[in-house]
Design a protein around this ligand. Structure first.
Ligand code: NAP
Length: 283
C-alpha cells in the first residue's frame, strides 16, 4: 500500500505511456517487499530542467530516463558516472541526499544478459549491425569486456565513422557497408553477431538485416537486442541454422535490475522483472 512513508521512483520520457518500466519495477518492488512505488511521468523536452528540479524537490529516490532526454539531462545533474560520460547518455538518476548522480545501466544490462548464457566476450571477434542510439552502450560494454575485434556493418558508412572514431583510443573499429564483400569475410570470422538495428521489430516482423548464413561462422553466437517479438526473423533463422541465440529481453530487464540496485541497495529478482516484462508485452 502507498503511504506517507513510501519512496518514489519513476521514469521520464516523451512520450512515455508505452513504457514497460513501471510493470517491471513494481513487480520487483513487490517481490522484494520494499516500500517503494514506480510511475511513468511524461516530460516534454522544454520542461526537462523543471522536471529534474522536481525530482530533487519532491525527494524522489531516483528515476529512469528515456527518449528524448538521455543526453539532454546530463547538464542538469550534479555528477555523471564515467561510463555514462563516455557513452554520452544517462538512463538512470540516483538521488543521494539531494545530489543527483547520472548512470548508464544499458551497458551492464547488455553484457550481463550475454554473460548469463555463458558467453565470454574476452578476445572475441564481433560484428555489430547498425549503429544508432543503443550502439554506444553496446560498444563500450564490448570494450570493457576485452573483445579483440569489432566490425560495424551498416547501410551508411560515412554516418557511422565519427562514432567509431570516438572510441579509437580504446579499440580500432572497422566500419563497412553490408553490401560489400568484406562483410561476408567479417561474418566468416565472427564469433558474436549483434543486431542493433530495428529491422525485424514489431510490427515489421518479416524484416531482418542482411545476414548470409552460408557465410556466417557456424559456431557464432547471434544476439538481437530487439525484444518484440521475442524471436525475430534473424534469431529464427539463426536457430534454424543451429546457432546459439539471445534476444533483447534480458538486456531490458538487466538495465532495470542494475538501476533498482542503485536506488534501493537491494538486488532484485531479475526473473520476476523479466516475467513482468513478458506479461506486459503480451497485453
Ligand atoms: P536507432 O537510434 O534508430 O538506430 C538504429 C540503427 O539501425 C541505425 O544505425 C540505423 O541506420 C539502422 N537502421 C534503421 N533502420 C534501418 C533500415 N531500414 N535499414 C538499415 N539500417 C537501418 O535505434 P536504437 O535506439 O539504437 O534502437 C535499435 C533497436 O534496439 C530497436 O529495435 C530498439 O527497440 C532496440 N533496443 C533494445 C534495448 C533493450 O534493452 N533490449 C535497448 C535499446 C534499444 P541509419 O542511421 O542509416 O538510419
Amino acid at each position: 500500500m502507498i503511504t506517507g512513508k513510501t519512496k518514489n521512483l519513476g521514469v521520464i520520457g516523451w512520450p512515455i505511456a508505452h513504457s514497460f518500466s513501471p510493470n517491471m519495477h513494481n513487480a520487483a518492488i513487490a517481490e522484494a517487499g520494499l516500500d517503494y512505488t514506480y510511475m511513468a511521468m511524461p516530460v516534454k523536452p522544454e520542461d526537462l530542467k523543471e522536471a529534474v528540479a522536481g525530482v530533487r524537490a519532491l525527494g524522489f529516490k531516483g528515476i529512469n530516463v528515456t527518449i528524448p532526454h538521455k543526453q539532454a539531462i546530463m547538464e542538469f545533474l550534479d555528477e555523471i558516472h564515467d561510463d555514462a560520460r563516455i557513452i554520452g547518455a544517462v538512463n538512470t538518476v540516483v538521488n543521494e541526499d539531494g545530489r543527483l548522480i547520472g548512470y548508464n545501466t544499458d551497458i551492464d544490462g547488455f553484457i550481463n544478459a550475454l554473460k548469463a548464457t555463458g558467453f565470454d566476450c574476452k578476445d572475441k571477434k564481433v560484428v555489430m549491425l547498425g549503429a544508432g542510439g543503443a550502439a554506444r552502450a553496446v560498444i563500450w560494454g564490448f570494450i570493457k569486456e576485452g573483445i579483440s575485434r569489432l566490425t560495424i556493418a551498416v547501410r551508411n558508412v560515412p554516418k557511422v565513422l565519427p562514432l567509431a572514431e570516438s572510441f579509437s583510443s580504446y579499440l580500432d573499429i572497422k566500419v563497412i557497408n553490408w553490401i560489400d564483400k568484406e562483410y561476408s569475410d567479417a561474418l566468416r570470422e565472427c564469433e558474436l553477431l549483434v543486431n542493433t538495428t530495428p529491422l525485424g521489430m514489431y510490427p515489421k516482423i518479416e524484416a531482418m538485416p542482411p545476414v548470409d548464413f552460408d557465410a556466417l561462422n557456424p559456431s557464432a553466437f547471434v544476439y538481437d537486442i530487439i525484444y518484440t517479438p521475442a524471436e525475430t526473423m534473424l534469431l529464427r533463422k539463426a536457430r534454424e541454422n543451429g546457432l546459439r541465440t539471445l534476444n533483447g529481453e534480458g538486456m531490458l530487464a538487466g538495465q532495470g535490475a542494475v538501476a533498482f540496485k542503485h536506488w534501493t541497495g537491494v538486488e532484485p529478482d531479475i526473473n520476476v522483472m523479466a516475467e513482468a516484462l513478458r506479461k506486459a508485452l503480451k497485453s
